[in-house]
Each structure stands twice: as structure tokens, then as C-alpha cells.
Design a protein around this ligand. Structure first.
Ligand code: G3H
Ligand code: 13P
Ligand code: ZN
Length: 326
């Protein structure tokens, strides 16, 4: 792309007003990841039908997959589709887990309204300096920035972390002041992917560290907090996947009840990728298992998209509380 593309020309908004309202009214804005058209449409239709604000979230890998030139037009298509559906919902396009200034800049220059700089695997000083550099560039263009302190267990940004390092509340104030970020991702026990915890049959998953979250809220009152790795790994989809030839026996996620509680706190953004992937995979597997001769992509991607619409609506309405807030 030769000339810079401004997100406002695509009909997108940054996350500032979204988070302000979410904080005041005690709900969380959903950030759903996507890589392709069916996922994007599933997310956008689900949010339009439940009248929820939405953050369309793309990792560096997803941007490569979808093509960085093509991607802003996908977002623009989503904005137009929402209008055509007669809905008015705020839509942000956000870089998930950006790992360099260059990547964040490239996204900002190609129409993203929000970016994350994830320097959580660096030292505090390096993380703060890198994040500040992105904030300076982004804020000049009215793009919002998410930073991260603390490391999640699971696979984050192609780096595998065996254990998580919870966010240290005592570092938060300084990080927010030094960097000027608009929101902060924290580590309180969530984890990326579909295999979040190793639990024995009958055992409960370890509860999130709400004590750490409360301590952070005390230190930066009213500041928007982000939860990554927040898929519930819905058992219904895992069951379907296993029933139709898949093998995901030990998949486990964050119970909806804990996400409901988090949504009512300073947590203003909840990231969901794995649940969308599972919904799609479950329904594609079902079509293939029941109709082995099927080869029309519409016949298996269509039901997958429908499943995603239902999942998005259900999460917005019953877990995040974002339904009806647009
Ligand atoms: O947190 C990471 C997201 O789930 C994106 O995953 O890098 O495989 O696109 P990805
Ligand atoms: P899940 O793997 O739990 O969906 O987390 C997604 C995420 O945090 C994207 O940044
Ligand atoms: Zn994440």
C-alpha cells in the first residue's frame, strides 16, 4: 500500500469511547480474532444482531494469512455490511500481540484503529520503551494502544511459556504513566489456546486471581484492563469435534462465571479466539462426517459461520454483557 490509509475513512473507531462506556456501565467489549471472510462475517453479524460494540482482532500471523493489503478492505466490507443490516455498532480493527514498532506502524498506516504492543517477554524497561515508541506514533494519529505486563501461560506470540508470571500490581502505575497506553493486558491466570490447564476428571480449573485484579484496580482506578486467553473452550464444541473424528480430549478453558465476574470489573476488553476456532471446526467436521461426498465450500463453511454467529451472540448476551450497549 503506497499511501497511508486512515481508519476513519474505513468507518472504524478507536477503542477510547468503547472503553469509557464499558467502564462506566460495567461490561466488557468483545475482541474476537479472525483470519478469513467467514469468521469476520460470523463475528460482525453476531455483534450487529446483539447490538454490541466489537473489536475485530488480527494477529501478525492472521494479517499475513489474510494479506496485509486485502485486510483493511475486509474491515471496510464489515462496516458496510453492518450498515446494510440496519445496525449501528462501533467497530475497531486491532492488532493483537504486535511484537515490534515496525509491525504496529505498518498496521496503523494501513487502517488499524488500535494496536497492541506486547513486550511482556522483555524486561520492564525495554517493554516500557518499546510501548512508548508505539504510543507516540499511534496517538499522533488518534490510534489507541494496548500494552501488556505479566506473561500468560500457553502459547503467546510464538513463544511458549510453561508457566505464567502474574502481573505485579506494584509495576502497573509506573508502566501506565511511562508509556501512556490506553489499556493494559494483565496476567491473572488466563491462558491462550484450547488446552489451558491440566485438570484431572472431577477437578475444577484453578480460579482466576481476582485479588491481583482488585489490587491493580486500586492502583489505577478507572483504567481499562484487558484479559487475553479468555475462551471458555466450550465443552459442546469439544464434544462435537471428538464425536466427528477429532482428538481434543484434554481441552479446557475459563468458566463463563469467572468471565462474567471479570466483565463487571475494570476489565473492559475480553479476547476470544479459540472458542471461535472450535465452533467452526466442530461444524465443518460434522458436515464432513455426515456427508463424506460434500465438496462445495458453502455447504461446510456456511454452517460454521452460522455457529459462530450464535456463539458471538450468546457470549455478548450472557457473559460479557456487551449486548444492547452499542
Ligand atoms: O493470542 C493469540 C491469538 O489467539 C492469535 O493466534 O497467532 O495463531 O493467529 P495466532
Ligand atoms: P483464547 O485462546 O483463549 O481464545 O485467547 C485469545 C487471545 O488472547 C487473543 O489475543
Ligand atoms: Zn492474546
Amino acid at each position: 500500500m503506497s499511501e497511508a490509509m486512515n481508519y476513519k475513512n474505513l468507518g472504524l473507531v478507536n477503542t477510547r469511547e468503547m472503553f469509557k462506556q464499558a467502564m462506566a456501565e460495567r461490561y466488557a467489549v468483545p475482541a474476537y480474532n479472525f483470519n478469513n471472510m467467514e469468521q469476520l462475517q460470523g463475528i460482525i453479524i453476531g455483534c450487529a444482531e446483539s447490538k454490541s460494540p466489537v473489536i475485530l482482532q488480527v494477529s501478525g500471523g492472521a494479517r499475513k494469512y489474510a494479506n496485509s493489503v486485502f485486510l483493511p478492505y475486509m474491515a471496510m466490507g464489515a462496516v458496510q455490511m453492518v450498515k446494510d443490516l440496519g445496525a449501528e455498532i462501533p467497530i475497531a480493527l486491532h492488532l493483537d500481540h504486535g511484537d515490534s514498532f515496525e509491525l504496529a506502524k505498518s498496521c496503523i498506516d494501513s487502517g488499524f484503529s488500535s494496536v497492541m504492543l506486547d513486550g511482556s517477554h522483555h524486561s520492564f524497561e525495554k517493554n516500557a520503551a518499546l510501548t512508548r515508541q508505539v504510543v507516540d506514533y499511534a496517538h499522533e494519529r488518534e490510534v489507541t494502544v494496548e500494552g501488556e505486563l505479566g506473561v500468560l501461560a500457553g502459547v503467546e506470540d510464538e513463544v511458549s511459556h510453561e508457566v505464567s508470571h502474574y502481573t505485579k500490581p506494584e509495576e502497573v502505575e509506573e508502566f501506565v504513566a511511562k508509556t501512556g497506553v490506553d489499556s493494559l493486558a494483565i496476567s491473572i491466570g488466563t491462558s491462550h489456546g484450547a488446552f489451558k490447564f491440566k485438570v484431572k476428571p472431577g477437578e475444577e480449573v484453578p480460579p482466576l486471581r481476582f485479588d491481583i485484579l482488585e489490587e491493580i484496580e486500586k492502583r489505577v482506578p478507572g483504567f481499562p484492563i484487558v484479559l487475553h486467553g479468555a475462551s471458555s473452550v466450550e465443552p459442546e464444541y469439544v464434544k462435537m469435534i471428538n464425536a466427528f473424528g477429532g482428538k481434543m480430549d484434554d481441552a479446557v478453558g475459563i468458566p463463563a462465571e469467572q468471565l462474567r465476574r471479570a466483565s463487571q470489573s475494570a476489565v473492559c476488553k475480553i479476547n476470544i479466539d479459540s472458542d471461535g476456532r472450535l465452533a467452526i471446526t466442530a461444524f465443518i467436521r460434522k458436515v464432513f462426517a455426515e456427508n463424506p461426498a460434500e465438496f462445495d465450500p458453502r455447504k461446510y463453511l456456511g454452517p460454521a459461520r452460522d455457529a459462530l454467529i450464535e456463539m458471538v451472540k450468546r457470549k455478548n448476551e450472557q457473559v460479557l454483557g456487551s449486548a444492547g450497549k452499542a
